[in-house]
Design a protein around this ligand. Structure first.
Ligand code: FAD
Length: 233
């Protein structure tokens, strides 16, 4: 199926642009803070949230948004709510291919290929269960290498120049968790976007912004309620 309007972005550049946009409007960003934890949420309930980084830095705010990807599940005990988000590793690779040599994104049952403006042909991606291990394995990349030349004969005999892996935050029903906690409105969750976290980042940011300003429609967010798994137990 040919979808002429289908398009793609360069995810690292998108994140760099987001960081720059945040700085321009005065958002305070802290890098290398280590593992951030919520400090004694019950004691502070009603008076804001205290966060502490692994480096000892502390931040106090009226509200906090938990958006720690696959690691968001680690906050379950602290906030008193099951967060059944689990990591699914994705392995991916890229070849040096001049921009324009491949004009379309190509999807097969085994992989996809996308030519980027920076002269790389990106080929992704595996889906494997490896806990929080984000390393690249021969087995994970092998299927991508095998399928490349079947769709792009010029890849025959070529090795990718870059291989990398990440952990996708998967949920039990395939939908992300976006919303306030049922038992305290000073903590929100925005996590569990699995394979679509880049694609869904603008709408997620809009929804979380609306929630923080109190203007989000409850009905719209019902399918993504963070407590929907607790209700099933
Ligand atoms: C190979 C691969 C290909 C993909 N392709 C696409 C695609 O084509 N389109 C698409 O839309 N999506 C794609 N995705 C999925 C997308 O990357 C994810 O959905 C997205 O990154 C989720 O964003 P997030 O911010 O929720 O989590 P993450 O990107 O995982 O970010 C969470 C961050 O929080 C940090 N963190 C965790 N715990 C703590 C803590 N306690 N304190 C401080 N920091 C913490 C982590 O280190 C991490 O940096 C792909 C993923 C992979 C692996």
């Amino acid at each position: 199926m040919f979808c002429p309007e289908e398009s793609h972005v360069n995810a690292p550049l998108l994140v760099a642009a987001l960081e720059e946009a945040c700085r321009r409007i005065g958002v305070s960003l802290t890098a290398h803070a280590g593992e951030v934890e919520i400090v004694d949420p019950h004691r502070l309930s009603g008076s804001g949230v205290l966060l502490r980084g692994g480096n000892g830095a502390e931040w106090r705010g009226d509200r906090a948004v938990l958006c720690a990807g696959a690691w968001t599940c680690r906050f379950a005990e602290t906030i008193g709510l099951p967060i059944p988000i689990h990591p699914i590793r994705g392995q991916i690779c890229s070849y040096d291919v001049p921009f324009g040599d491949t004009r379309h994104m190509v999807f097969s049952s085994q992989a996809y290929w996308v030519g980027k403006k920076n002269g790389t042909l990106v080929c992704g991606a595996s889906e494997d269960v490896a806990g929080f291990d984000a390393s690249v394995t021969e087995r994970g990349i092998e299927r991508l290498l095998r399928w490349g030349p079947r769709l792009f004969p010029f890849l025959q005999g070529r090795q990718p120049v870059r291989r990398w892996a990440g952990l996708r935050p998967a949920t039990l029903d395939g939908r992300p968790l976006i919303g306030r906690l049922p038992h305290r409105d000073d903590i929100l969750i925005a996590a569990g976007h699995y394979r679509n976290g880049i694609l869904l980042s603008p709408v997620t940011a809009q929804l979380v912004g609306d929630l923080l300003e109190g203007s989000a429609g409850a009905g719209l967010l019902a399918p993504f309620a963070p407590d929907r798994f607790a209700l099933r137990q």
